[in-house]
Ligand binder design. Structure first.
Ligand code: ZN
Length: 323
């Protein structure tokens, strides 16, 4: 072992020690806004749906998201247990960078989030409409989409079709396909598209909610399959297939890339989304209003939906005249 290798090893050990320290913002009762730099008290943020005074939207924990969308109680659609999240036994050997086994990272994500996959899927009532809501958790490896997430997504879609729910909602916050899982992860692009097609064949209105960064294979597959694409707030950015640097490399320069590339205003200008909300507080209302227009129900006549479901032919007619 020469002195360069020895110093590299010491560097890795120092990094590991610092990683074990609690993260400042996570452990503290205060949160620093990256937009206006204001330091907010976490309970105040909680009461304001995790929105800063300057309108910056912090990540909303998925369970709070479900509570804010569903009328009251909801049931979790659990992930399948027999799916291997690391089919390639992916491992990075010690070298210039710290080595790791991917399965150890998955175990860490599961411990932090108390979830089996990066998705949390649930069914319940949203403004009296039966719904399945799928929510990405960015704390689970930046919401990456691997084989276990594929199967969880399919299970939730299958549930929606079998129960003939009124609406299907996916809240996206994903770094894309899980690169550690190779082609089995990439298969998720096709599988999620097939799932979306099945939902559409059953005339279930679908809503995509862009909560923050959504990139790569997730952005290039099920994201654009929805009837409505709603951007949760104006501060959403990184809605793109590849980042600015990669795109600039392909285009051989940054001069062709607009400043608003991948941001909420830029995506709206390109016609890739339908609506940008002022605040996530409007989300439930917007989804239920749009759904009730499509399903031709109002608050007093919610029963109509149930009747239509009992008679699929009538429901088909209702949905086709609405679209
Ligand atoms: Zn702020």
């Amino acid at each position: 072992m020469n002195w360069i290798t020895r110093w590299k090893k010491i560097g890795i050990k120092v990094k590991q020690i610092f990683k074990k320290q609690p993260l400042g913002q996570e452990a503290s009762d205060w949160k620093n806004c990256p937009k206006c730099q204001k330091i907010s008290y976490k309970p105040d943020l909680f009461n304001n749906s995790y929105i800063c005074e300057c309108s910056y939207h912090f990540d909303l924990p998925p369970k709070l998201r479900l509570e804010s969308l569903f009328d009251s109680s909801y049931e979790i659609i659990e992930a399948s247990e027999n799916i291997n999240p690391d089919p390639l036994n992916f491992e990075v050997k010690d070298g210039a960078r710290e080595g790791y086994k991917y399965i150890d990272k998955v175990k860490k994500y599961r411990k932090i989030t108390k979830q089996q996959t990066a998705l949390i899927c649930a069914s319940g009532k949203v403004s009296n409409l039966s719904a399945v809501v799928v929510c990405f958790n960015p704390k689970f490896g930046a919401g990456r989409f691997g084989p276990a997430e594929n199967e969880h997504f399919l299970k939730a879609a299958n549930f929606a079709v079998q129960k003939k729910v009124d609406i299907w909602v996916v809240v996206y916050q994903s770094s894309g396909i899980d690169v550690h899982t190779g082609v089995t992860g990439l298969a998720g692009m096709t599988k999620s598209v097939i799932a979306m097609n099945e939902i559409k064949k059953n005339n279930i209105p679908t809503f995509c909610v862009a909560a923050r960064a959504t990139a790569g294979g997730t952005y290039a597959s099920s994201f654009f399959m929805h009837d409505f694409i709603i951007i949760e707030s104006k501060c959403v950015e990184n809605l793109l297939f590849s980042g600015k640097r990669v795109t600039a490399n392909i285009l051989k320069g940054t001069d062709q890339i607009p400043d608003d590339f991948g941001t909420a205003p830029g995506v709206m200008k390109s016609g890739l989304a339908d609506i940008t909300l002022e605040s996530r507080k409007e989300l439930k209302d917007t989804i239920s209003k749009l759904a009730k227009i499509i399903l031709k129900v109002d608050d007093l006549k919610t029963k109509k939906v149930d009747e239509a479901h009992e008679n699929p032919e009538d429901f088909k007619k209702t949905a086709s005249t609405a679209s």
